[in-house]
Design a protein around this ligand. Sequence first.
Ligand code: ATP
Length: 357
Amino acid sequence: MSGIRIKELSKSFGNFQALRNLTLDLEDGQLLALLGPSGCGKSTTLQMLAGFEMPTSGEIWTGDRLLSSPTSVIPPEKRGASLVFQNYAVWPHMTVADNVAFGLKVKRLSRNDVREGTMAALNAVRLGPLADRYPSEMSGGQQQRIALARALAVQPEILLLDEPLSNLDAALRDEMRFEIRRVHDEMGITTVYVTHDQSEALVTADRIAVMKDGELQQFDSPTEVFERPKNEFVAGFIGKNNIVPGVSAGKSAIRIGDRVIRGQDTNDVSEGGGAILAIRPTKTRLHDGNSLPAGLENGLPATVIRSAYLGETRDILAELTTGTTMRVMVPPEQQPAPGDQVMLELPADQCRIMAKG
Ligand code: ATP
């Protein structure tokens, strides 16, 4: 088995550039999530990985094998890749086992090898006991597992998943996320997973490529992407973040209204340039009154606008003197009321400061 190397990959449809200079390396056995909003170029990238589309420029390699370039594309059936689509497309007139066996029969394996390969794939997705059922007798989640087993049965070098869970209801989607990760851990197949759902990416992936408008925004581990977003788009797209505009006040500092807040710089913002501060509602603290308790720093005065009791936490919306609103999750014992003057404490190690836009 081998990893995947994508080098300066671009794709245009007529005058429209759907993907721009994508470069990334995926190690053997890793699971990569291509994550981004609709139209960011995820499926176009997957289609090129599968061999259905030819790059306009750039290359895709696996090990020392060139899979795609503008002059040569190894066809889908010769790539050793399996694909699972969102409409899992299992064959209704075949039993579960026959659905999964199909790819092995096409390979002309012996009857015994087909049976063993089928059962191994079904057991991997925990459908072994249901091998003789028909898809119509199974739930959406189970049907998606059949599609996954069918893809795994042929022992692909690369597994490509295109929004595989988007047709499932929320509860099944939750369960299948863990299932996909578990199967991946068991089989160790290099996998590329397309999704617009950040929690799917966080749960399943070793590496996440966050994309927007055909461009890679950040390529990192889930923790890095969540805790250290590299730009405003990633900060706003992954999880809930307060994005507070201000002006750079030199290295690792931002001026918001008449206050200077210190944090972690993500990239160089020249002093006086437009900057933003990103901090999660769960990391922001709220103190009564007009000043922070002694010894604390990085405070912004604010007025409470809304206070909503959520059981385990209270969700506060507060307005800064600059007019920007911030969400703060506080313990339920804290009960600020609308109209109260409060101080929001922004711990420096939780503040990411970056260029605006
Ligand atoms: P979604 O989550 O909606 O599937 P995506 O991130 O997968 O979005 P792509 O399907 O890769 O996005 O499309 C990227 C852009 O390229 C879109 O603006 C799309 O309209 C355009 N595009 C994709 N395929 C073609 C095509 N065959 N011809 C013209 N434009 C295309």
